[in-house]
Ligand binder design. Structure first.
Ligand SMILES: *Cc1c(COP(=O)(O)O)cnc(C)c1O
Length: 389
């Protein structure tokens, strides 16, 4: 395998080789972790509401496992579709205010299934430049003509749509951008889609549970419904602290996914204990709004202190708060220096983000304390993300 070895060496030379760290939770419902034997605070997970380690989720999973076992035993269309799945789909339809929902095993698969069902070779798929990789891969898998528009730029999208009038068009965007934390300009995107007869799908993996007056995400934040945004994707591995995903939308769309989405049909259904935990997480997210409010308030606190310390932030009001560094090796060095001081913050490098925008992706959670955030900012200011040149 000399070609693979050479490619790996090239990654090393470019400062782009990724390494996994083994992360041990010290207590399930705390931000304290042990990384490579060192005790520190987790500032890079996506557990915004602090639900992943909540004992009530573990109890729900345990009850379901005792009742029906751990594995689903088959795909949904064979014999894996169980009462937990059906109940979660009904609850999600009510919660999102949509006709129907379909639970997928992962967000990656949900996006593959949705886009391949909606787009074929004749379809033009327009995507924000900073969309999640799964949305890009989905358009490529569909064999559609992919066109990327400038980040969060509804005017650029409209120009692309107008240039191809008459072609079937699908527009895909993250609701909250996963590596930047900013929010897509959904009202303007939806208006452009309406004017050009394009279908809009929003992947709100990082907005659901966090944004909106009752945590229903970016669409609630902007008061948009199924008419403006026919297809909504959500995931359970972020704010809800579990695993899995769903697509919500009009009944004919969802039924088409059941019939045709290969990433739905040809995979094992989610384990029922995970689904039971997700149902509990949905209920807790609704019943305990302080979680969302706390994560957002900590994000504001982080911003105010980080800006005062001269750190370079992105225009984000969500719990995702990147600190821009620039060069990949500088980001890795800053991440290592933070770990020495007891803060685990991941360095994010190309190809996950565009070249020249390597960053520390700080995330806030309801599990953090104000003092944790203040200490993180002091450590960031000390160890050094150097200003971008
Ligand atoms: C995490 C994420 C996904 C993938 O979800 P998984 O359930 O982890 O596969 C899809 N889209 C966005 C925007 C994400 O952040």
């Amino acid at each position: 395998m000399p070609a693979l070895s050479a490619a790996l060496a090239a990654l090393d030379d470019a400062g782009l080789r990724r390494r996994r760290r083994t992360v041990e939770r010290i207590a399930p419902d705390s931000a304290a972790i042990r990384v490579d034997g060192r005790d520190c605070l987790d500032f890079c997970g996506n557990d915004y509401l602090g639900l992943a380690g909540d004992p009530r989720l573990a109890e729900a999973a345990g009850r379901a496992a005792n009742a029906s076992g751990v594995g689903a035993r088959a795909s949904h269309l064979v014999c894996g579709h169980q009462p937990e799945h059906a109940a979660l789909e009904a609850e999600l339809a009510a919660w999102t205010g949509r006709e129907r929902t379909l639970v997928f095993s992962t967000g990656y698969q949900a996006n593959l299934g949705l886009v391949t069902a909606l787009a074929g070779r004749g379809t033009r798929v327009h995507e924000d430049r900073l969309n999640h990789a799964s949305l890009i891969d989905a358009a490529l898998l569909a064999g559609a003509r992919l066109q990327r528009y400038a980040h969060a730029d509804a005017v650029a999208l409209e120009r692309h749509l107008a240039a191809r009038a008459g072609t079937a068009a699908l527009v895909l965007t993250d609701g909250v951008f996963s590596m930047d934390g900013d929010v897509a300009p959904l009202p303007a995107l939806a208006a452009a889609c309406a004017r050009h007869g394009a279908l809009l799908a929003v992947d709100d993996a990082h907005g659901l549970g966090v944004l909106g007056a009752s945590g229903r995400g970016t669409l609630e934040h902007f008061a948009l419904g199924q008419t403006e945004v026919p297809a909504l994707v959500g995931t359970f591995g972020k704010a809800f602290g579990t695993f899995g995903a769903f697509v919500a939308g009009p009944a004919p769309l969802i039924e088409s996914l059941v019939q045709r989405a290969r990433s739905y049909v040809y995979t094992t259904a989610l384990p029922p204990p995970i689904v039971a935990a997700t149902r509990t997480a949905l209920a807790l997210a609704a019943a305990e709004p302080w979680r969302r409010e706390r994560a957002l308030a900590l994000a504001q606190r982080f911003r105010a202190r980080a800006q005062a310390a001269g750190l370079r932030l992105v225009g984000s009001a969500t719990p995702i708060q990147p600190v821009l560094i620039g060069a990949p090796d500088a980001a890795v060095n800053a991440s290592a220096a933070l770990l020495e001081r007891g803060f685990f913050v991941a360095a994010i490098r190309p190809p996950t983000v565009p070249a020249g925008t390597s960053r520390l992706r700080v995330t806030l959670s309801a599990l953090h304390r104000e003092a944790d955030v203040d200490a993180l900012v002091m450590a960031l200011a000390d160890c050094g993300p150097q200003p971008m040149t």
